[in-house]
Design a protein around this ligand. Sequence first.
Ligand code: MEV
Length: 408
Amino acid sequence: MDTGGFYKRSIKERRKIIEEAMGVNYAKTKETDLEAANIMIENVVATTRLPVGIATNFVVNGREILIPMAIEETSVVAAASNAAKIARASGGFKAEASEPIMDGQIQFLNADKETEKTIREHEKELLSFLDEQSPSMKKRGGGARRIETHWSGPYLVAHLLYDVRDSMGANTVNAACEALSEKLEELTGKKTGLCILTNLCLHRTVKASATFPKSVLGEETINAILKAYDFAEKDVYRCCTNNKGIMNGIDAVAIATGNDWRALEAGAHFYASLSGRHEPLAKYEVNEKGDLVGTIELPLAVGIVGGSIKLNPVAQANLKVLGVKSARELAEVMACVGLANNFAALKALATEGINRGHMRLHARTIAIQAGAKESEMDEVAKKLVESKNIKADNARKILESIRGKHRK
Ligand code: MEV
């Protein structure tokens, strides 16, 4: 959503904009309290907080969308918003997620070829058995879809493909695998070992793309971005950092919405190396008009319902601000943010360098720490950057001189 200089507004004004646009009042949103935290994990003594910032300018599949991001790192929210502003000049982002199919593994310890055949012959009844165990999932349109097998060394592995609808689905698929393993032992007379989902959920992927117009970027910048992308294609050290920048955006939305970002990290980085070579998760090319087209594809197992989300009022508020109606839609938005952050990082690195932007934002933090009010912050920050001495002492001096000038 183009909110017209959201970054220049006070927190109070930003909250008002969000309330008017999405009906969410952050001022009245309770944070996860100790009681809820004590239900989420063990041995609780405290909770910790991260800033939640709103990325603006995003249009995803034709819909204006405000994107809450929870992250401690400066520049990430601004970078996503800047990239989205450039992409919206050509209609914004397009994204499509697959059906929400999770993949659970059951390891056999002493199987043979006959075991595999038996599983195949009984697949239908095994799937029905699983659906009978979870009628509510079936009612929501989800449920057990397929059982596939493969051999990993001495182990036959059964893969249960399970549509988890709007949940992340870890608990659902793990429980289904455990129930299935008992049935499989009965059926085959063989012993099973581990039952657990795989985070390499190749059946739950999302693709997104955006066009960054030449009219906005200019040919020189496009060529510089292509060289920066090519560097990540050819150099694994660079590729690792490139993909980290993508996950900056994706994780920030995952955390804001109460999702398991470690699962996303595990899946994304392995997906990047599926070909045997570690590759950038986002690709770039120039179209016939000379515009830069970015595309991204990765697995994203995320949910909009589930225990920990229910216990986290800020996550619920953030989901309401996003306005996503399904887990698939959330995954689509997240892939767009990942692409936006990658584009912004490549653009900054290939042109002015990353530090200048970081320094501007860092200077604002120092200005506030030195006692600047919100109305004084930008002026102090600007002078700090100009002086090339972004330190608290200097900020205090600048602040005094600004206040002195205004008193005169
Ligand atoms: C920093 O958190 C992320 C970047 O290093 C990503 C990149 O280098 O592409 C800026």
